[in-house]
Design a protein around this ligand. Structure first.
Ligand code: FAD
Length: 368
């Protein structure tokens, strides 16, 4: 007799939902995480009474009513709308690319004028078949938007020139011909009242939890404890990197407490010129309309990933995807292990995608 029905590796969104649902069905569950906190990358650290998004800014958005209803049982959301701003040299532009952006760039007023401007720049470029990201972007939106709002940001993000980057990174560029600065097209959007940790505290309230435990450092002993394992860590590590290492892009965050009430007037400001090494500054209090006396800002620096660094963004190019498929084939022979979440699936998932995936796996496991 094993002590637990499920050992859940990872107290992030996927692991916590699975734990909550299994516990609800009377299963005995143990959740472990190698970090000292729950919530995975969604976790917030309280600094100066401000919820600081420790692993990057997180804005919840979805059009999936089931997902929205599901998450709302754990918290209420505020009415935050993500309207990031782009700073290029000393110019400020609204994002996503919309009529406000076009008006600032060219002084155009009507959608017809804006469309004409873009169309002419695309024609002027003469690009028929884009061979790299630079050509791809110019062939979609013309040179002005590319040079001010895409080039520097993308080059910083990927750590190389846009001319050396493949076209697949930018399949399309959303351009909106209305005066609408709402970044997302989704029906539901917001930040949980009281911060994201509230969700995880509720999900894991009745579940046994051990923090600061790395599955791989205690694998043999942990595997004996449970009938089944839910694994949300890195898939290549699970199989001891037998086919090779899956690559990621990483980030470095530098946070600062400032003795002023309002530093930049918006939660998210992108820094688009190449010369500034960070891609954006987050001022966390604006996610929750905070009016504390102080403020906390975080500069976000993209960095090359090497083994041991935080794996933030999977590099879903052909080479890595092929490698992932080999690992995935191994998972199909496992009857006692359930894989899920961004690291096990080697996929960039937004939170709503993870919730939908977790609920799918829950349904498959418990058959309802
Ligand atoms: C910079 C950034 C910004 C983002 N912004 C948004 C946003 O605005 N909106 C949005 O919807 N989504 C956003 N996301 C995506 C969001 O973070 C993910 O969808 C979500 O965190 C994934 O949950 P998960 O459970 O799959 O993974 P994780 O949150 O990574 O959880 C996995 C957990 O497993 C633990 N773990 C891993 N290996 C082991 C091991 N060997 N032993 C023990 N524990 C282990 C980890 O410590 C971690 O806590 C963003 C992601 C990033 C990187």
């Amino acid at each position: 007799m094993k002590k637990y029905d499920y050992l859940i590796v990872g107290a992030g969104l996927f692991g916590s939902i699975f734990a909550y649902e299994a516990n609800k069905r009377g299963k005995k569950v143990l959740v472990i995480d190698k970090r000292e906190h729950i919530g995975g990358n969604v976790y917030c650290e309280k600094i100066e009474d401000i919820n600081v998004h420790k692993y990057g800014a997180h804005i919840f958005h979805t059009s999936n009513i089931e997902v929205w209803k599901y998450i709302n049982q754990f918290c209420e959301f505020n009415n935050y709308i993500n309207s990031p701003i782009a700073k290029y040299k000393n110019e400020i532009y609204n994002l996503p690319f919309n009529m406000n952006t076009f008006n600032k760039l060219w002084g155009v007023i009507s959608p017809r004028e804006a469309k004409e401007k873009i169309k002419n720049q695309v024609i002027e470029s003469g690009i028929k078949e884009a061979k790299n990201l630079e050509e791809q972007a110019i062939s979609l939106v013309g040179k002005d938007i590319y040079e001010k709002l895409i080039k520097g940001y993308t080059e910083k993000q990927w750590g190389r020139s846009a001319k050396e980057l493949p076209t697949f990174i930018i399949k399309r560029l959303p351009v909106r011909f209305t005066y609408d600065n709402n970044y997302f097209n989704d029906r539901y959007q917001g930040i949980p009242l009281g911060g994201y940790n509230v969700i995880f505290e509720k999900m894991l309230k009745n579940v046994e939890l051990k923090l600061g435990i790395d599955f791989f450092e205690n694998r043999e002993e942990l595997e004996k404890k449970a009938d089944k394992i839910v694994f949300t860590g890195m898939i290549d590590q699970f199989y001891n990197y037998k086919y090779g290492i899956l690559e990621y892009r990483s980030l470095r965050f530098e946070s600062e407490v400032l003795n002023e009430e309002n530093y930049q007037g918006n939660a998210v400001i992108n820094y688009n010129e190449r010369e500034i090494p960070y891609t954006r500054i987050i001022e966390h209090k604006h996610f929750e309309f905070g009016n504390q006396n102080k403020t906390v800002i975080t500069r976000e620096y993209p960095v090359e990933w090497k083994q041991g660094d935080e794996p933030y963004y999977p590099v879903n190019d052909e080479k890595n995807n092929r490698l992932y498929e080999k690992y995935k084939a191994l998972t199909e022979n496992e009857s006692k292990i359930i894989f899920g979440g961004r690291l096990a699936d080697y996929k960039y998932y937004d939170m709503h995608n993870v919730i939908a995936e977790a609920l799918k796996k829950v349904k498959k496991e418990f058959g309802e």
